[in-house]
Design a protein. Structure first.
Length: 403
């Protein structure tokens, strides 16, 4: 009788069949020996029916002592735990890359004097506090007088924005990674388009419209303002520090979630969008009478602005209209009254900038203001301003001026 034996095993280097008992019986039984272990009778298919003249394939499955089973189970558990830890570590590394290093790397696309403010978080993270979580998280820290951070704030607020007469109670440096990342992406898109298709994305078709010369003068005023910031270079998108005045509680929410998430865009008098000015005193009517007056200083991307010269009370104005097609914002020179001047002039001018999306805005400072001299300052700039109700039933100034 010929037997073809096919032994399946994974854990043993060798084993021997000791004997075949009674080949005349209808069953055969195998025994095996491994190392110093005693002979053990096999379970499973070690008993096989034999019929004359046939070849029988026998699979051998050895018994495992309980101690070995326990050891194997423990090993599997430990292996699973270690594998799970490595898996979690891999996820943590991916998250770190995406939300930390990658965001830090994106700042390199900003001019040095702009990215400096946001890089301070990565240089001294322990001095910053996190507010919120997930997609609404941002970081802030108190800016101390006498520090380099304060000196740079003063250059922007006191000198460029001409806010030296406004007393700062507390100054907070702001870094919202999500808002900054979105703005950097927008900056790269603008730069690529302006360089590849300047005839489209840097067009000046406004000179062909009504009051073309007046519009050209208004655009020149915008360019002069941009040139006051030494980081703005030819053939690159303009980045401007700009003021948005409101209540401190509302300002805090804006720093966390952005302007668009707080309320819908306002149908303002110089177009539909989010309103800024580069002059701190001009913004007084928007915050001076608030219970907790505050200013948000942001870096904004006006891109290629359309110069607005229309009086909002006259026919053909830009009241409630979308940003002119082919342009990235609206720019208007104004008097203290909130109206554009009737003709080009050099003195007593301010400005308003209307941007259509928050991807053009990077908050950098939140200023809580001292109220002691705001009333007297407000009298110098007093005018009626349009206000709207936000989602918290608090008035938020997101629009332009109105007599």
């Amino acid at each position: 009788l010929l037997f073809s034996l096919d032994f399946i095993y994974n854990h043993f280097e060798e084993f021997f069949i000791q004997e075949i008992i009674s080949t005349h019986l209808p069953y055969v039984r195998f025994f095996w020996r491994l190392g110093s272990l005693k002979e053990n009778e096999l379970d499973g298919p070690s008993i096989t029916q034999i019929s004359g003249g046939c070849a029988v394939t026998i699979s051998v499955i050895p018994k495992t002592p309980d101690s070995e089973k326990a050891s194997s189970t423990l090993g599997m558990i430990i292996g699973g735990v270690i594998g799970g830890l490595f898996f979690l570590l891999a996820i943590a590394l991916v998250v770190f890359w995406k939300f930390y290093y990658q965001q830090k790397l994106s700042l390199s696309n900003l001019p040095y004097d702009v990215r400096w403010f946001y890089e301070q978080y990565y240089k001294h993270p322990s001095s910053w506090k996190k507010e919120g979580s997930g997609g609404v998280a941002f970081y802030h820290k108190i800016v101390m007088k006498g520090s380099e951070h304060w000196d740079r704030l003063s250059l922007i607020f006191d000198k460029f924005c001409q806010g030296r007469d406004i007393i700062i109670h507390d100054a907070y440096a702001i870094y919202n990674p999500s808002l900054v990342s979105a703005c950097v992406t927008q900056l790269q898109i603008m730069e690529q388009r302006m360089q590849s298709n300047p005839e489209i994305f840097k067009k000046k078709t406004y000179i062909l419209e009504d009051q073309g010369e007046f519009r050209a003068w208004t655009f020149e005023q915008f360019q002069k303002r941009a040139n006051e910031c030494n980081w703005n270079q030819p053939n690159t998108p303009v980045i401007l520090p700009a003021i948005h005045g409101t209540d401190f509680h509302i300002a805090w929410k804006i720093c966390a979630t952005g302007f668009a998430n707080l309320s819908s865009l306002d149908d303002g008098f110089f177009g539909k969008g989010i309103y800024f000015t580069t002059y701190a005193l001009y913004a007084l009517p928007y915050f001076a009478k608030k219970e907790r007056p505050a200013i948000i200083i942001s870096f904004i991307l006006p891109g290629n602005p359309f110069p607005v010269v229309e009086n909002p009370n006259l026919k053909g104005s830009k009241v409630g209209t979308a940003i002119v097609s082919g342009y990235n914002s609206h720019y208007v020179k104004t008097l203290a009254s909130g109206y554009p001047p009737p003709a080009p002039q050099e003195n007593g001018l301010f400005d308003e900038i209307v941007v259509p999306q928050e991807a053009q805005i990077m908050p950098v400072f939140l200023l809580r203001l001292d109220t002691r001299n705001l009333a007297s300052l407000h009298d110098r700039m007093d005018r009626v301003v349009l206000q709207r109700q936000d989602d918290d039933d608090s008035l938020v100034s997101l629009s332009s001026t109105l007599l």
